[in-house]
Write a protein that binds this ligand. Structure first.
Ligand SMILES: [Zn+2]
Length: 224
């Protein structure tokens, strides 16, 4: 029998943003175990899985991620090639994930080392959030407090052709926007000018509204 150690997954976390620093370490922000959704489908939002692995074989190994809900079939999310770290202290892998969730509930994300029958699963609960509405009191408070953001912008790339767009959400009814910044479409769906791909934006819009509202609530609490 070979004394070679088998590859093993030693950790999985999900987070909202991940970047590599100069020392090849990973910085991740906003770690979560449940994914909050303001509307469906959620196809535009991206999140990250950070995996740690040990005992990878020499050379390149292919890792894949897929997702399933209950007994339903699995859908492939992404696959990536990883080169064994030198010295062999284990590998940290960042996988960008995107999925068109159409309903809330418990999902399972499966990570596999391809061709080796080695895998690990991480549960992910999708929780539907109420659409954020501002009370009159909150809007009145916002009006006289310019230090709290009244609007927020987000960069969205077309999932098909990567064309970049900037959308803005405001607590107040939208004034005319300039500089190529777009309001969120009333229908929740935006058709890419270049490739006609449809972007489902209502979930992202709800997320931005929620952070605007949380900023007001926080500021109002701070004042009392
Ligand atoms: Zn496009």
């Amino acid at each position: 029998m070979s004394s070679k150690k088998q590859p093993i997954f030693t950790g999985v976390i999900f987070c909202n943003s991940a970047s590599k620093d100069n020392s090849r370490k990973i910085n991740c922000r906003d770690v979560f175990t449940s994914f909050l959704a303001w509307a469906y489908p959620t196809s535009v939002r991206q999140w990250y899985a950070i995996l740690t692995l040990h005992n990878l074989p020499d050379g390149i190994t292919s890792i894949s991620a897929d997702i399933s809900q209950g007994q339903n079939e699995k859908h492939t999310l992404v696959s990536a090639n990883v080169e064994k770290a030198r010295p062999d202290v284990g590998n940290v892998i960042v996988l960008p994930l995107r999925y068109k969730f159409t309903t809330d509930g418990l999902y399972m994300v499966h990570f596999n080392i391809q061709g080796m029958n080695i895998s690990t699963d991480a549960p992910l609960r999708i929780i539907t959030q109420k659409w954020p509405k501002f009370s009159k009191k909150q809007l009145d408070f916002l009006k006289i407090n310019n230090s709290i953001p009244h609007s927020i912008r987000i960069n969205v790339n077309c999932a098909e052709c990567s064309r970049p767009y900037v959308f803005e959400e405001s607590a107040f009814s939208q004034k005319s926007l300039t500089g190529g910044v777009l309001p969120f479409p009333q229908t929740g769906t935006f058709k890419c000018d270049s490739c006609s791909h449809k972007l489902d934006l209502m979930d992202i819009q709800g997320q931005l509204r929620s952070s605007l509202k949380n900023a007001v609530i926080g500021a109002m609490k701070g004042r009392n």
